[in-house]
Design a protein around this ligand. Sequence first.
Ligand code: CUA
Length: 342
Amino acid sequence: IVLSSLGLLLLGLALAQNDVQNVTVFDTSSPINREVSQLFWITMGFAALIFTVVFGALIYSIVKFRARGDEKGEPPQFHGNDRLEILWTLIPLGIVAVLFALTAKTLFAIGTPPEEGIEVQVTGYQFWWDFYYPEYDVRTSNELIIPVGRAVKFEVTSKDVIHSFWAPNLGGKIDAIPGVTTRTWFQAEEPGIYYGQCAELCGASHANMRFRVIAVPEEEFENFMRAARAYKAPEPVSPREERGQQIFAQSCASCHRVQGTAAQGTLGPDLSYFGNRTTLGAGVWPNKPEYLKPWIMNSTDVKPGSEMPAFPQLTEEDVEALVAYLDSLRLEGFDFSELPKR
Ligand code: CUA
């Protein structure tokens, strides 16, 4: 008991450390989580009731029927009690039937998106996420932009191993399986940046396979989609950006795509409008030069198992040029970094 209490205490402290965002599945501002929370509390209620009845009877019996004085030998034995046996079969059966019905209803609700939702195709890769909006022909990586108050329907798959798509405060936690499409949906009711995480052990950087859900008012979402669809990478405005563009074309373009340029690689995340991203490395660090530089030079140093090769031939200046170029890839007028973290 002492050891497990200590374990729980340590776990509690570890969770309390996570003060960056209030990551919780009990966030009832999401319709799916409301369903799941209700089911959880009903199940918890039954469990508490059973616990009380069973332990109550147990403690009562221990006290009431304990050996007293010089009582010796076995107490009187009895066998069978039809009424009691029928009762303790029917009551649990009833509880299980109720829980089954409620669980089936919740699972059905999670698996059945409302018709009018927008569609997003989610693809998991070791160790990042690709989001494609077929109705808009827009692609983003590791940051999923969604409109507040509208259902978003997900078709989830994987390009390599099994991952799991999960934004705890909104919903999800659906497996991303290669060759299979799984479906779910969720809806954000408040604007903000929500935390997302791969929830299926998938390799060295499973814990670093994160993403963000950026929920914005519907009008801003539509504007973003329109601008993203029409996006063409701007021409470099300084010698440094121009140098960055050249290095990108030589070293990065075979794996990464930048819309409106010759860079059309699909092995790594799409880097169109990278400057608008709030995070990098699949949601692990803030999108700032001091994090981007070590990431470009040797990504496996900071993220084990990253597929991006190291670039030892790049000088400090080269890397700074690349950072300047990537930062210039922006959709003007969209700054998500000030949104509240949820
Ligand atoms: Cu992908 Cu864990």
